[in-house]
Design a protein around this ligand. Structure first.
Ligand code: SF4
Length: 95
């Protein structure tokens, strides 16, 4: 159903006939780590995330998996760990 409070008119899975069913009956504003993300939108309570109702929870463990501004860091970390090359290096070192 469509949100009628924070992002009026936006389709949201948390909106029901009883209103917002998310904890606290509202989504929450973004956190510092979100700055620069393309998913930030302006809501009636301030800047909120268009895909995650609780940005602080998305960053609680580690990098938010929806973030658009931090993907390069993830790719560079993955690029550094090439299991094939690591395996070849390890095999060469055993000779
Ligand atoms: S996608 Fe993640 S980083 Fe981007 S605004 Fe939402 S919670 Fe913040």
């Amino acid at each position: 159903m469509q949100c009628q409070t924070v992002l009026p008119g936006t389709e949201c899975t948390f909106w029901s006939k009883q209103g917002c069913t998310f904890s606290g009956n509202s989504c929450q504003t973004i956190v510092d780590e979100c700055q620069g993300c393309e998913r930030i939108v302006d809501g009636t309570i301030g800047q909120v995330c268009s895909v995650a109702p609780s940005p602080s929870r998305k960053w609680a463990a580690e990098l938010c998996n929806f973030a658009t501004h931090r993907k390069i860091e993830i790719q560079s970390i993955e690029a550094k760990v090439n299991p094939l090359k690591a395996s070849k290096k390890a095999a060469a070192g055993k000779k």
